[in-house]
Design a protein around this ligand. Structure first.
Ligand code: AMP
Ligand code: FES
Ligand code: ZN
Ligand code: ZN
Length: 332
């Protein structure tokens, strides 16, 4: 197979685009496609201050690398979750980010260590609430911290490395459950519709996971291959596997599923649902919440001694034994 641009041997083939490219042309294509996505969804411009949430995995490190290449002002944010899982998962992910910083001199990284700031690691807080796995507490805590750092540090857009496989799997799950409020909020760009909300963008939402992996490998980025130890057997992975089977039989099925959903939503399919959502400000931290009073994040930590810079005031009601987190994605 040959590169469509220069006719040398192709390094990567994308069946869904009917496009094979050599390494140099693939890297060029990938960067150009990212820029197109940023423009298509009006994500941010050269004057914006962009915060990239980096986990040490291929997607977020590739995203940071591409944004820097494109000349955006892009700083990183790493959240130390305190996950060991028998492999020192969080330590390893931090090491990969440190390597990235060594290779990209002059970049700025914010680090929030959950244990240091809030007094417990994510697995510990999940245990305290008798959750069988920390994943849902983890998602809630990460979203809260990302939002908080973006707002407090004056970033005009918060970006994450979510790829098409991630987006299609969440879409599939929410569709099967007809979670219309979650569907209404699933988008490549989320405007700051509330004073406590940062603007959010997913510039890799149109890339297949294998495309971001190919980019990271060809660019020589040293990333953490291991998945989070708690992800094993997760619902998202089940949906990803199902979609992979579909993709094998019908190349492009995942992309079509996701893009058709975005078109349907733009055509007004979910407008009624969107109008129904009322966002309140959390009494404690000011971040948006769908229920009046405290947001889910503050409820999770109440009765804990919390670090000074968290802007969280002590709360007296105990929630031990009551459900603290909704299943699935938060609405905001
Ligand atoms: P995940 O929720 O693990 O699938 O990750 C989705 C995206 O969230 C990643 O591409 C990153 O942009 C971001 N992210 C995940 N974990 C972290 C972390 N520990 N620190 C900062 N950002 C993260
Ligand atoms: Fe959060 Fe696995 S529990 S990444
Ligand atoms: Zn070529
Ligand atoms: Zn709160």
């Amino acid at each position: 197979m040959h590169c469509r641009k220069c006719h040398q041997t192709a390094a990567f083939n994308m069946r869904h685009h009917k496009l094979a490219l050599c390494q140099d042309h693939y890297l060029e294509w990938f960067v150009a496609q990212t820029q197109k996505t940023i423009e298509r969804y009006k994500m941010f411009g050269r004057d914006d201050k962009v915060l990239v949430a980096v986990s040490g995995g291929k997607d977020s490190l590739a995203l940071w690398d591409v944004l820097l290449q494109l000349g955006y002002q892009a700083d990183g944010l790493y959240i130390g979750q305190g996950i060991d899982g028998g492999i020192g998962y969080s330590d390893l992910s931090r090491q990969k980010i440190d390597i990235f910083i060594e290779q990209h001199t002059g970049v700025k990284l914010h680090v929030v260590d959950v244990d240091q700031v809030y007094g417990q690691t994510i697995p510990q807080v999940a245990d305290q609430h008798r959750a069988s796995k920390p994943c849902s507490a983890c998602g809630l805590i990460k979203r809260h911290i990302m939002n908080r750092v973006a707002l407090e540090e004056g970033y005009t857009c918060l970006t994450t490395g979510h790829n098409l496989d991630d987006e299609a799997a969440v879409l599939f799950l929410n569709t099967l459950r007809w979670q219309t409020q979650y569907l209404a909020r699933q988008s490549p760009i989320l405007e700051a519709t509330h004073p406590g909300l940062a603007r959010k963008a997913k510039p890799f939402c149109r890339f297949y996971e294998r495309e971001t992996a190919a980019y990271a490998i060809m660019r020589g980025l040293d990333y953490l291959y291991a998945e989070c130890p708690y992800a094993v057997g997760s619902t998202t992975i089940t949906y990803k596997n199902l979609l992979n089977e579909l993709e094998d039989a019908q190349p492009g099925a995942k992309l079509h599923f996701y893009l058709s959903f975005l078109s349907a939503r733009d055509a007004g399919f979910l407008d009624v649902v969107t109008e129904d959502v009322v966002l309140n400000s959390c009494d404690n931290c000011g971040q948006p919440t769908t229920s009046p009073g405290l947001c889910a994040f503050c409820r999770l930590w109440q009765n804990r001694s919390i670090g000074k810079d968290t802007h969280v005031i002590p709360v007296s009601v105990s929630l031990v034994g009551t459900p603290v987190m909704p299943v699935g994605e938060e609405i905001y």
